[in-house]
Write a protein that binds this ligand. Sequence first.
Ligand SMILES: Cc1ncc(COP(=O)(O)O)c(C=O)c1O
Length: 397
Amino acid sequence: MSKPLSILAQGVRASTTIEIDSMYKKMKAEGIDVIGFGAGEPDFNTPDNIKLAAIVAINNNFTKYTPSSGTLSLRQAVCDRLFEDCKVSYTPSQIVVSNGAKQCLYLALSVLTNPGDEIIFQAPYWVSYYEMVKMTGGNPVIVETGEESGWKLTPEMLETAITPKTKALILNSPSNPSGVVYTKEELQGLADICVKHDIYVIADDIYYKLIYDGLEFTCIASLGEEIKKLTILINGVSKSYAMTGWRIGYLAAEPEIATVIGNFQSHASSNPNSIAQAAAEEALTGPQSGIETMRRAFEGRRDYFLEKASKIKNIKCIHPHGAFYIMMDVSYYFGKNLYGKRIENADDFANLFLDKGLVALVPCTGFGAPKHVRWSYATSMENIKTGLERLEIFLEG
Ligand SMILES: Cc1ncc(COP(=O)(O)O)c(C=O)c1O
């Protein structure tokens, strides 16, 4: 018998999103007419100017190691974009470019966390926060939110959750899965508490370009020098420029923190892909109009979805103001039978809907929202129409 694997590693759960997605892909490969609403990525193609920049990089043999925190020109491009879009001023020495926002989050948690440190975040939360906090030796402290607070964390809730062991708060606005967008005033309230208790903020701004209803994005680091010093800002090109597969994200932090994170990355993975860095630089410095086209399309789909879903009995959607997900409360069906099968939870609902309704959704059990399933509307209007028609038929049982 071989020696056991690391206890920490064995505690990591597989992502429910990926599980459903692989079942969906298997059914699709078998020729079954199944529709997927699981995807966490824009269904648009990466714009041509970005693809061209990558081709030029290859042709120019830009194919060697780069500085491990990313090329200077890309880090400068990140600073310029953050200054223009988020009203925060950084220098390239404060930026680390990595393999997606996800790895930036992992790096940030790795360098902040001592064993047993508490990391606060709200439920519903993005599934990876929970696992990543555990993977880096921290204790996740989850603050439940609900309809009363608009599915948002309030300064009072945050202050109640803080203990002497609290190290950081993870904030995600716009949020996956709820689509919640925090206002400037709300962020100011949370920032004040973090400054008061000297708590770091990991601000995951990856959906910052995808905001609807005329709302505006606020970056928490823009709210003053004190909170900026405590913030590790996370962003990337995946969602804003339809570049999920290119794997480029970035973080911005105080120079000392960025240096430690850079050192950490240099030994863990060296630099992110050189060609993808060239593409990301073009994304950040080239024409930005494609983002608005994509944002409008998402907003139109969201409106259509909510309008149609509002006519379906016994389900209820959270109205999202950003990102591209809709959380639907299906708890009316818990304890009831559909197709002769008893539905106990959101997992049962999603599995049965995939099997009988041929629609793939993500149960929000892993997102700390066990009454909900998540629909991604990063898919065509036609799919949304058919998906909701299938839901109506499915709910007849
Ligand atoms: C909230 C949130 N943060 C970060 C990421 C990771 O983005 P990236 O593709 O840049 O790693 C995702 C992707 O789904 C996300 O939903």
